[in-house]
Design a protein around this ligand. Structure first.
Ligand SMILES: [Ca+2]
Ligand SMILES: [Ca+2]
Ligand SMILES: [Ca+2]
Length: 342
């Protein structure tokens, strides 16, 4: 267990370690945000299109990563994620999304940079159709050998078919059928009447629409890297409300899950804040929060607080003393320094 004395040493050592780390690794840091606009390909949702928005696969290469969109708010379905250059308009209106050059309530031209930008979606609607039965009858059939007078009902196992239309609407059709065979004696001959009843029931699931024309920048995502990263710097843009945007947990190179729940304090319009993690295999990040209009009465905004994310590698220089102390703290905040720089 750490005594108070040794704990303050750890902090001192790690603070030194951090500044050395930033100074020596700056040249090798890699921006992990694609330097082009489009939609980030998710593991659990197909891209809207291949070309407009362009579908961007981030999973390739040594520092590649896969992104999974997670449920955040029960009133919404999972969000999509875009790479967006702030300050330029994007018209993806075929999919109900329009990014403005000047977004509502923000000063976007401060950073003509690419940011990972979530787009919240309304929940899907499910419509359960009434079962429909059709029946057909064939009479006066000659009974096969071995048939006896009486009624036999046979039920076939039901089958389910799912089709997806180009707008994403899913139709799940369940079909069941039964045949009723009545065998009787007619003019000294055995004849049959066979009735086939077919019942179909369709459930339609229509995906929700992008909220606020795609400008509610809210979502929760899991990033999984192809291999563990020595260090990762997170930059958050425009976090104005406290305790919603930040990192919920991460998994280190040994596969251990660390629930840190490092949520940021809201700042001024257009502010930028940073966090750093060391030894990261994967992490879960939460961006923004839905506003009053979407049932979040705690929000100070009607249409919520949107937030964007940038990611940059922070390679570990082998010879830096004190760096391992960072592992004890897990995460450092560079917020203050960043604010000065911006
Ligand atoms: Ca743009
Ligand atoms: Ca703002
Ligand atoms: Ca905001």
């Amino acid at each position: 267990m750490l005594t108070l004395k040794s704990f303050s040493k750890v902090i001192a050592a790690s603070t030194i370690g951090l500044s050395v780390l930033s100074a020596t690794s700056a040249a090798h840091a890699v921006n992990l945000v694609p330097q082009q606009e489009g939609e980030i390909k998710l593991t659990n949702l197909a891209c809207l299109s291949e070309t407009n928005p362009k579908c961007i696969d981030t999973s390739l290469g040594a520092i590649g990563y896969k992104v999974t969109s997670l449920n955040y708010d029960s009133k919404f379905s999972v969000s999509r994620l875009f790479s967006d250059k702030r300050g330029t308009a994007n018209d993806y209106s075929a999919f109900g999304i329009k990014f403005s050059a000047d977004d509502e309530g923000t000063n976007p031209n401060a950073f003509q940079e690419y940011w990972l930008r979530p787009v919240a979606y309304e929940a899907a609607t499910e419509k359960i159709g009434a079962p429909r039965t059709t029946s057909s009858k064939r009479s006066n059939l000659i009974a096969p050998p071995g048939a006896v007078v009486g009624t036999v009902t046979a039920t076939l196992p039901s089958t389910t078919e799912t089709t997806t239309s180009s707008n994403g609407t899913k139709t799940i059709t369940t079909t069941s059928s039964e045949t009723i065979t009545v065998t009787s004696l007619k003019n000294s001959k055995l004849v049959q009447e066979i009735t086939t009843k077919k019942t179909t029931q369709a459930t339609t699931i229509t995906p929700g629409k992008a909220v606020e024309n795609g400008r509610l920048e809210v979502g929760r995502f899991q990033f999984d890297f192809n291999k563990p990263l020595a260090g990762l710097e997170f930059s958050f843009f425009d976090v104005e409300e406290s305790n919603y945007t930040g990192i919920l947990s991460y998994v280190n190179g040994l596969g251990k899950t660390i629930s840190i729940k490092e949520l940021l304090t809201g700042g001024k319009d257009g502010n930028r804040q940073s966090l750093m993690l060391k030894d990261v295999q994967s992490f879960i990040v939460q961006l923004g929060n839905p506003g009053k209009k979407y049932g979040n009465s705690n929000s100070k905004f009607s249409t919520g607080d949107g937030a964007n994310l940038q990611l940059e590698t922070v390679p570990e220089p082998g010879a830096v003393a004190g760096l391992s102390a960072l592992a004890v703290l897990g995460m450092m905040s560079k917020r203050q320094r960043r604010n000065k720089a911006a």
